[in-house]
Design a protein around this ligand. Structure first.
Ligand code: GCU
Length: 420
């Protein structure tokens, strides 16, 4: 590189850091007070013809199936039917920089009409089976570990924001050092394995390209307005990964964690609400139709989310644009479907788009179901500080939408505390 190119790169870097600093301090930060009405409908209150819930058995037998039905009909579309997973191949890859720390395998999987690749990254020196964190990423497994050769690229192309190679060095400056690649060594050294799936192989994250994949996954006979949405398909993908991992003796089947940021956080929460196997969910800035309340229309609205991402949801959801308060269900009920399992909800103070306070209110709204199961309720005095001895916890960090190593340290602290 010539001297002027070096100068240009340094100038670009400094300007971007400055720009980031300006953006992140000028965007208003949410207050550290929880304001607003309690989540509605009350999680144990009568729901349609279903009377109030007073026992955990009634919740599981009566209320939970009704809520799963309502979330599919009104927001996510029909959940794809379970399909047997076949491990078509398993290949060990040279771990590159993670030599001596990790064993990396690539599994090629098929399930029903879908085919996708998964990286399974286990600690090289584990003493017995370890918990596994199953995560989805935005831009395909190959971009997560560019130094590992042989990682499968995306099967159906990438969203534009991932395929612009000049964007790649800039993305971590804006969205955090761990937006593309998790701090893998730290996670493995903490005693966890990682399984990485690119759900864009199952349904591409682009409205037109997604259409035939969504059609193939929609259960036969579903009404058109309840056509499977991509969030449901990606949630189903998490569960198919779990099916494949279930028999691996290096992993603990009772400690499978789903991790997702933003759109992947929406999918992780839905997956755990639909299936009892995940022991924990870590959902970062999952926002509208994720961890934050939606009926009060704070943060990203239904018109905005369905305008930009119509493929994410059932067509029925778009009909609630501007009529948010008429939604028959809200996100505290989705979180409650995961009770009494461990859920950590993370927010960023200058990410008002994802309504971080709405996520704390959703946790408050879900809490009575944890208590019904005999678990300790959600309580948090300082929103910045998660109370990780409790199964439902939140924290609010400074900064913008994105993933930092700090977020992973919080997740590990929470999972460690929950393992006791
Ligand atoms: C957009 C979208 C959000 C989503 C986010 C993400 O901002 O509006 O709903 O959570 O992308 O996935 O990063």
């Amino acid at each position: 590189m010539g001297r002027w190119s070096v100068v240009a790169v340094v100038v670009a870097f400094v300007s971007l850091s400055w720009l980031y600093g300006c953006v992140s301090t000028r965007l208003p930060a949410v207050s550290l007070e929880v304001a607003g009405e309690a989540a509605a409908p009350g999680v144990l209150a009568p729901f349609g013809a279903d009377p109030a819930i007073t026992t955990a058995d009634d919740w599981s037998a009566r209320r939970a199936p009704l809520l799963r039905e309502a979330f599919q009909a009104n927001i996510y579309g029909r959940f794809p039917e379970p399909a047997a997973v076949t491990v078509e191949s398993r290949q060990t890859l040279a771990p590159g920089d993670l030599e001596g720390v990790a064993v990396i395998e690539q599994w090629r999987l098929t399930a029903g009409p879908s085919a996708f690749s998964m990286l399974l990254i286990t600690p090289a020196h584990a003493q017995g089976p370890v918990p596994v964190i199953v995560m989805q990423n935005f831009c395909g497994n190959a971009l997560v570990y560019p130094d590992v050769s042989g990682v499968d690229g995306p099967r159906h192309g990438l969203p534009a924001e991932c395929s612009n190679s000049w964007m790649q060095p800039i993305v971590p400056l804006i969205f955090g050092d761990a937006i593309m690649t998790p701090p893998t060594e730290m996670i493995l050294n903490a005693g966890y394995a990682l399984a990485m799936v690119y759900a864009g192989d199952v349904v591409p994250d682009q409205a037109e390209a997604a259409a035939p994949f969504l059609e193939a996954l929609t259960p036969p006979g579903a009404p058109p307005e309840q056509r499977t949405g991509a969030i449901a398909a990606w949630a189903w993908t998490y569960l198919r990964a779990l099916d494949a991992l279930a028999e691996d003796p290096r992993l603990r089947p009772d400690r499978v964690v789903l991790w997702g940021h933003s759109r992947n956080g929406k999918a992780a929460l839905l997956a755990a609400a639909m299936d009892e196997r995940p022991a924990a969910v870590i959902a970062l800035q999952a926002g509208t139709a994720g961890a934050s309340l939606g009926r009060d229309a704070i943060g990203e609205s239904i018109a905005q989310i369905t305008g930009t991402y119509p493929h994410w949801f059932a067509p029925a959801y778009a009909a609630f644009a501007g009529r948010e308060a008429e939604l028959p269900v809200d996100q505290h009920q989705l979180i409650a479907l995961i009770a009494p399992r461990a859920v950590l909800i993370a927010g960023a103070r200058r990410d008002q788009w994802s309504d971080p306070i709405g996520a704390v209110r959703a946790a408050q709204g879900a809490s009575p179901v944890y208590e019904l199961f005999g678990a300790s309720p959600f309580v948090q005095e300082d929103l910045r500080q998660g109370v990780y001895e409790r199964p439902l916890a939140t924290y609010l960090r400074n900064g913008l939408h994105g993933v930092h190593s700090l977020d992973w340290r919080e997740a590990i602290a929470f999972l460690d505390a929950q393992a006791r």
